[in-house]
Design a protein around this ligand. Structure first.
Ligand code: F6P
Length: 511
């Protein structure tokens, strides 16, 4: 395979600067795990931000970090200034795209200064990438921070194969069209040859936005745009099943056998429905008081994006609500909510997964949600009980979970009761199916499937559907005569090709 280059906003290695000491911390899980085997190939490269603002650093120190990242980790840094972080990362990425794509249009800010900086930083990524690009390179760009990059590369390197994957939802065209810079964003993404989303819903939303905004129609998930064929498809991201299903934890969590534990694990984010979840737990205690003293909620919230106003405000709201509920319901021997505002290691999380009777995953909107899959995989006893929001991407794969509407606290309260009372047999039946699926469609499968599809793209020999588009009709007839298998598609007018007044079209596939 040709040289692979991965690009994402954050590198899979975080560089921490502590006075004079520089430390390198490899990311675990998610993208880093999925791409590991490809990234480890000799000439592969990963380009991205190492996670700190570079303004106050000396050039010599930045050069030193650059060569360590390149030599030891196959990574190349794109340095961002404090202003870049404020306007591109916190601003356009997380105050415009993030809320809008998660349907929080009321929180979406349309600020031209942030947009200009987003364009500038995407261009900066392109300039950093440029020296590494060879004409047969395969480049895979990740996520909403870099939606202009595919077009920047394609305009200058038309023969390079470019993949783009969006890790967050793509909203309905009615929401997407609210974006002031919608055309530029779509054109940016369409620089890619293969565009991937977690679910078919997001694929459909993207295609209808392209049709309505750019007036470009698709044909079976293929677009013809600027004389280029572009493929769009769903690639649901998986987890490292092997790791989660075999990991032995250092310190297992022992809970009182008389007490049941509901677990909730999220990054601090208003999209995760944490407030609604806490209220639903209260509704459960109110509706089914026999469980007071017998069920506790372990609420783990990992700090995230705290420099943004909504996040800090959300943290205060969570803490006030938790203390109100604990203040009113606790007794001498029992506290309803055990709240943690910190990040846990993967080992500690698995210990919680193994001890939890229920995992409550109720985001208001979530691209995929890998926590739900990790919990099921870690429960090799097949006794996981997953309550999952219908608005998480994972719901289209995990239909054996108890599916709820995250805004319906009574439905969630009832789901908790049903989960607590579910028979062992039913749990095992549901778990078995989910295990098979999570094991098969794991994160390596996801990465391999996307990369193979991208690598297979042939610019010269892409399928041209109508028979007139085939240059040499005689050759076609010759091949047809010689073929062993022939398929005729007889088209009711307008079904396979557009309406024509006095013309009959024949579609042929020749093997
Ligand atoms: O879900 C999208 C995502 O970018 C993840 O890839 C990432 O783990 C998370 O959001 C947090 O991202 P960041 O801390 O870079 O804003």
């Amino acid at each position: 395979m040709s040289r692979m280059i991965f690009v994402s906003n954050r590198l899979p290695v975080t560089v921490k600067i502590n006075k004079k000491e520089v430390t390198y911390e490899k990311s675990i899980g998610g993208l880093a795990t999925g791409l590991k085997s490809f990234h480890e190939q000799a000439d592969a490269l990963w380009v991205g931000w190492p996670g700190f603002a570079s303004d106050r650093m000396k050039r010599s120190q930045l050069d030193q970090i650059e060569s360590s990242l390149l030599d030891d980790y196959h990574c190349f840094p794109v340095y961002l200034s404090e202003k870049d972080v404020t306007l591109y990362y916190e601003g356009f990425s997380n105050r415009t795209i993030w809320p809008l794509f998660h349907y929080f249009s009321n929180l979406t800010e349309y600020d031209n200064t942030n947009w200009q900086r987003y364009k500038k930083v995407n261009l900066e990524f392109y300039h950093k990438l440029e020296p590494f690009i060879e004409e047969d390179s395969v480049i895979w760009i990740h996520d909403y921070q870099l939606m202009l990059l595919p077009e920047l590369i394609k305009n200058n390197h038309p023969t390079v194969k470019i993949g783009f994957f969006l890790h967050i939802p793509f909203p309905s065209s009615e929401i997407f069209r609210l974006l002031v810079w919608k055309e530029e964003i779509l054109k940016g993404i369409l620089g890619a040859d293969l565009i991937g989303f977690h679910t078919y819903d997001y694929v459909r939303h993207f295609l209808s936005s392209v049709r309505r905004i750019l007036n470009v129609n698709h044909n079976f998930y293929k677009l013809l745009y600027n004389h280029r064929h572009i493929e769009i498809d769903a690639f649901p991201m998986g987890i490292d099943y092997q790791y989660f299903s075999t990991h032995q934890v250092d310190n297992p969590i022992i809970i009182n056998p008389q007490e049941k534990m509901i677990l909730s694990v999220d990054r601090l984010d208003y999209t995760k429905g944490i407030i609604e979840r806490i209220k639903a737990f209260k509704a459960f205690l109110d509706k089914y008081p026999k469980y007071i003293g017998k069920v506790r909620l372990n609420l783990i919230v990992a700090p995230s994006r705290q420099s943004l106003p909504f996040y800090d405000q959300l943290r205060s709201e969570i803490e006030i609500l938790v203390s109100q509920i604990n203040g009113s319901y606790n007794n001498r021997d029992w506290m309803p909510i055990w709240y943690y505002f910190k990040s846990f290691s993967q080992d500690e999380l698995i210990a919680y997964y193994k001890a939890a009777d229920i995992l409550l995953v109720t985001p208001l909107r979530d691209g995929m949600n890998l926590i739900a899959k990790e919990y099921v995989a870690a429960r090799t006893d097949y006794l996981a009980t997953l309550i999952l929001s219908e608005t998480a991407g994972a719901a289209s794969e995990l239909s054996e979970a108890i599916i709820i509407n995250p805004n319906d606290e009574i439905q969630i309260a009832n789901a908790i009761k049903n989960a607590l009372e579910m028979s062992k047999k039913e749990k095992m039946q549901r778990n078995k199916i989910m295990h098979e699926r999570i094991q098969r469609y794991n994160v390596n499968f996801w990465a391999k499937e996307f990369i193979q599809r991208l690598d297979k793209i042939q610019f010269e020999t892409q399928i041209k559907l109508p028979v007139e588009a085939l240059v040499n009709k005689d050759e076609l007839i010759k091949q047809f005569d010689a073929s062993q298998k022939r398929i005729f598609f007889l088209d009711y007018d307008g079904t396979l090709s557009e309406f024509k007044k006095h013309q009959c079209k024949l579609h042929l596939i020749v093997h």
